[in-house]
Design a binder for this molecule. Structure first.
Ligand SMILES: CC(C)(COP(=O)(O)OP(=O)(O)OC[C@H]1O[C@@H](n2cnc3c(N)ncnc32)[C@H](O)[C@@H]1OP(=O)(O)O)[C@@H](O)C(=O)NCCC(=O)NCCS
Length: 182
């Protein structure tokens, strides 16, 4: 898909965009985000997302294993980011796994940057998370660029990480350690 060019500064959020905590009533809008061909291609989700499955996933907020944010243009949910925590694992309290997606028609406009910036402020400043990690397909240039911009580094290549549109695709394991306190 051709991405829109923009003159916005690299870290500026699109005008009017709000980042807020996900609510249980957002499940249908999040399922719509995951209907987009680019989002299906870039993530580990199956085509034809189920609203019920998203309702269940968002339910993990109640057992403290998920912190989920959404990016909204007015009432419209245009992107989402989840921090998956390890509440039952005392020695992994400092680690979270990150996943995110921006609706196909909003990609390349700064929404991912705004979501990730908000998540890192939360993780660094309020949650005592030290290590954030994720997997990303090796050919997902916008995502790799976004993560590098915020200090994530490639730690390794995961061969045949997942099956995508009829073939196995490698992924990078990327992680970021919280910067030292100044
Ligand atoms: C990856 C994703 C979350 C990024 O969100 P976004 O809102 O599109 O990203 P932004 O507009 O904030 O741009 C992020 C960076 O990617 C760069 N970028 C955008 N399109 C690009 C492209 N085609 N090639 C290389 N870099 C690109 C932007 O230039 C920007 O870097 P910059 O600020 O230094 O210029 C989003 O594109 C997406 O949801 N993709 C599909 C699902 C997915 O891949 N999720 C991630 C799974 S690991």
């Amino acid at each position: 898909m051709k991405r829109k060019t923009s003159t916005r500064p690299s870290n500026a959020a699109p005008k009017g965009l709000e980042i807020r905590r996900t609510q249980s009533t957002d499940a249908a809008a999040i399922a719509r985000v995951f209907e987009g061909p680019q989002v299906i291609r870039g993530t580990l989700q199956l085509p034809y997302p189920s609203v019920e499955a998203w309702q269940q996933r968002l339910g993990r907020e109640t057992d403290a294993s998920l912190v989920s944010l959404v990016a909204c243009d007015g009432e419209d949910v245009v992107g989402t980011l989840g921090l998956h925590l390890n509440p039952g694992m005392p020695r992994r309290q400092h680690v979270a796994e990150l996943g995110m997606a921006v609706r196909d028609d909003w990609q390349g406009r700064g929404v991912g940057t705004a979501l990730l910036k908000a998540a890192l402020e939360l993780a660094d400043g309020w949650m005592q998370l030290r290590r954030l990690q994720l997997t990303v397909f090796v050919d997902n240039a916008p995502a790799v660029r976004l993560y590098r911009k915020f200090g994530f580094e490639v730690e390794g290549t995961l061969r045949e990480l997942a099956y995508r549109d009829g073939r196995y695709v490698d992924g990078f394991l990327m992680a970021r350690l919280r910067p030292a306190q100044t």
